[in-house]
Design a protein around this ligand. Structure first.
Ligand SMILES: Cc1cc2nc3c(=O)[nH]c(=O)nc-3n(C[C@H](O)[C@H](O)[C@H](O)COP(=O)(O)OP(=O)(O)OC[C@H]3O[C@@H](n4cnc5c(N)ncnc54)[C@H](O)[C@@H]3O)c2cc1C
Length: 411
């Protein structure tokens, strides 16, 4: 088959890219390794930056988000004896929304299927070909085992950390930077009403803890655990006891309930460059991973998709020879867009990486400030000094707020 953009992966990056392209009249084919049920149930992120919410709304995917998403105007930072509120609206005039990645993916899949543009689930043996030529292609076996080939103008590798796109870039042309943290997060989903109106990030000598939520009746909570910890050593009582200790605060009580899901996620920072090689463009976790403390993974994937969509849309205008709508719905003359479009495609990797590295720093900084590593009293006092500074300096709090709620896409 022939299309304009072949997209590998139906996670947030691939689905958002497909939606933005469709809305601008550009054809794409999405191929996804897993089943629809699997991708829609994969429990992951839950905090949406304001820019992510606006992008979803502007592209017709905001209806359920507006009904069910919870707008949060701040977070709590906590350490023993203190719980401080940071008011994002006061600090930077922006908010975040609590709306699970499962729901974002469900909305995006429904929107994609509604457009009639192809989305193949349960593919196997995906491979990219001829990415250094003007006739790149993707091959795969469809769910019935039939061999398929997509000829296209360019390939978007949105297939996450374990996908096939990034390894297709020759090693001699790529460079990776990585940090593995000596701890992970034990996360639970609990049938318990949230005991807080906004997220609590808690520093505690036993290790970091976090209270998040998914809805008025479902809580999501996390505990820092060592990388060697095994899930079977954490029964429900032990988890609730440790959460109550680390999140404990005078006059406050943690509501408990049946645990619906639990898992341990290792934490890593990882950036692979370049994000473009020939006609292959990487977006989202295919190119970078952040630890979840800054709530950036899903939002970064959406930001990459937006930058890439804008570049593709602008470059297509040259061939269309008619005015064309960009993802930001600005009408422009083709001559202007043609030049700008080529520039945007050429500079996609650089523009995306500048923002990726900013978010990588923020995620590392939040992680380092809140997690316990070893027993060094010097390191702990530095963490507490930083937390006290955030609660007493408007300038320091503003910096956290503007990073947490999301920097502009072209940052
Ligand atoms: C366990 C876990 C917990 C997380 N928790 C948080 C959190 O709390 N907060 C936060 O901000 N972020 C979190 N993240 C990160 C966030 O979920 C990701 O950053 C986000 O999913 C990235 O979206 P993506 O589309 O780039 O990649 P993915 O969501 O990984 O999507 C990639 C898609 O490509 C598909 N694919 C892979 N290989 C192939 C192939 N060969 N052919 C076709 N398709 C393929 C995959 O099945 C997948 O559907 C978490 C991640 C994990 C793994």
């Amino acid at each position: 088959m022939r299309t304009q953009v072949a997209i590998i992966g139906a996670g947030p990056a691939g689905l958002v890219l497909g939606q933005l392209l469709t809305n601008a009249g550009i054809e794409s084919v999405i191929v996804e390794l897993r089943s629809r049920d699997y991708v829609e149930a994969r429990l992951r992120a839950g905090v949406l930056e304001q820019g992510t919410v606006e992008l979803l709304r502007d592209n017709g995917i905001g209806r359920r988000l507006d009904q069910e998403g919870l707008r949060h105007d701040g977070i709590y930072l906590q350490w023993p004896g203190t719980r401080e509120h940071l008011d994002f609206r006061d600090l930077c005039g922006r908010s975040v929304w609590i709306y699970g990645q499962t729901e974002v993916v469900k909305d995006l899949v429904a929107a994609r299927l509604g457009t009639g543009q192809p989305l193949y689930f349960e593919v196997s043996d995906t491979a990219v070909h001829d990415i250094e030529t003007d006739r790149p292609a993707v091959t795969f076996l469809d769910a019935d085992g039939h061999a398929q080939r997509i000829e296209c103008d360019l390939i978007a590798g949105c297939d996450g950390f374990h996908g096939v796109s990034r390894p297709a870039i020759p090693q001699a042309s790529s460079r990776t930077a990585q940090r593995d943290y000596p701890y992970g997060w034990l996360g639970i989903l609990a049938q318990a009403p949230p005991s807080t109106d906004e997220l609590i990030y808690a520093w505690h000598p036993n290790g970091f803890a976090m209270h998040s939520m998914r809805s008025p009746s479902i809580s999501r909570l996390y505990l820092q655990v060592g990388v060697e910890e095994r899930l079977q050593d954490w029964d429900d009582d032990r988890i609730w006891t440790e959460l109550s200790t680390r999140l404990g605060h005078a006059g406050w009580e943690l509501a408990t309930g049946p645990i619906l899901d639990k898992g341990i996620t290792p934490m890593r920072s990882f950036v692979s460059e370049p994000m473009r090689y020939g006609k292959l463009f990487l977006a989202g976790d295919a190119a970078h991973i952040v630890p979840p403390t800054g709530a950036k993974g899903l939002n970064l994937a959406v930001a990459d998709a937006k930058l890439l969509a804008d570049a593709i849309i602008a470059s297509r205008a040259k061939r269309a020879r008619t005015p064309i709508r960009t993802a930001g719905s600005v009408r422009a003359e083709p001559a202007t867009l043609a030049g700008r479009g080529q520039n945007l495609l050429d500079s996609y990797a650089e523009t995306a990486l500048r923002r990726v590295w900013r978010c990588t720093h923020f995620s590392w900084w939040m992680t380092s400030m809140l997690h316990i590593e070893g027993s060094d009293p010097f390191a702990r006092e530095l963490q507490l000094a930083q937390l006290r500074y955030l609660s007493s300096s408007r300038a320091a709090a503003q910096s956290l707020a503007e990073n947490y709620t999301g920097l502009p896409y072209g940052w």
